[in-house]
Design a binder for this molecule. Structure first.
Ligand SMILES: Nc1nc2c(ncn2[C@@H]2O[C@H](COP(=O)(O)OP(=O)(O)O)[C@@H](O)[C@H]2O)c(=O)[nH]1
Ligand SMILES: [Mg+2]
Length: 215
């Protein structure tokens, strides 16, 4: 079986790279992993992950997306698919591939042709109103992670309100909370990812219209 691919999306600064790092630190001893990061003009996230020792450098690819980072994971996904093929050719037994999107807005989603499962990361510092704003990624991602719970008091955000509204928005799809700076909540995300990995590739409905959102 080829690697099960997880897309990690969310606004700039919400903690996507911190999540990628935490997942690699926890799981790379057990699973054969690689990472692709999408950045607008740089490979900053890839460089950060290499410095942090998340994975050996050759397992971390940074792609430069140009001005439309969400397009590179949703519409014109070829640069990402090339990186996927490249990694699969280099590491034949790859089991898990994490693909971090560039910073996006609440409307961004991943193409089902690029990833099997999606995690959407929002953060408390953006204010308690974020789940109320809805949007397809917050609503339909396979996991919604509310990160930076350590900052709730500083910004006057209520975690209870955020969690409740996130659950209301997502009608049963999972919501988890984390403080990735201190590793709080990482176990649950890890468990969730392992369960999805065990289920294997997502089988998409044959008649699901792809590219259904005009750019
Ligand atoms: N206080 C706090 N800071 C965090 C947390 N998670 C990430 N950060 C910090 O937030 C900043 C942005 O994180 P990053 O992972 O680069 O966000 P990305 O743009 O979504 O990839 C970095 O300085 C992180 O160290 C958290 O849970 N709490
Ligand atoms: Mg990042």
């Amino acid at each position: 079986m080829s690697a099960v691919r997880f897309g990690i999306g969310g606004p700039v600064g919400s903690g996507k790279t911190a999540l990628v790092n935490a997942l690699c630190q926890r799981l790379s001893g057990t699973l054969d992993m690689a990472v692709i990061t999408n950045d607008i003009y740089t490979r900053e996230d890839a460089d950060f992950l290499v410095r942090a020792g998340s994975l050996p450098a050759e397992r971390i690819r940074g792609v430069e997306t140009g001005a439309c980072p969400h397009s590179a994971v949703r519409d014109d996904i070829s640069i990402n698919l090339n990186a996927v093929e490249d990694l699969e050719a280099s590491f034949g037994a790859l089991q898990v591939l994490l693909i971090e999107s560039g910073g996006d807005n609440l409307a961004a989603t991943f193409s089902p042709e690029l990833v099997d499962y999606t995690i959407y990361v929002i953060d408390v510092a953006g204010g308690e109103k974020i789940p109320r704003k809805g949007g397809p990624a917050q609503t339909y991602s396979d996991l919604l992670l509310i990160n930076k719970i350590d900052l709730a008091n500083h910004v006057g955000a209520s975690l209870e309100v955020m969690e409740r509204e996130a659950h209301r928005l997502r009608s049963g799809r999972p919501v988890l909370l984390s403080d990735l700076r201190r590793g709080v909540g990482v176990d649950r995300v890890t468990d969730w990812l392992l369960r999805r990995w065990q289920e294997g590739h997502r089988v998409t409905e044959p008649f699901t219209p792809r590219h259904s959102h005009p750019h």
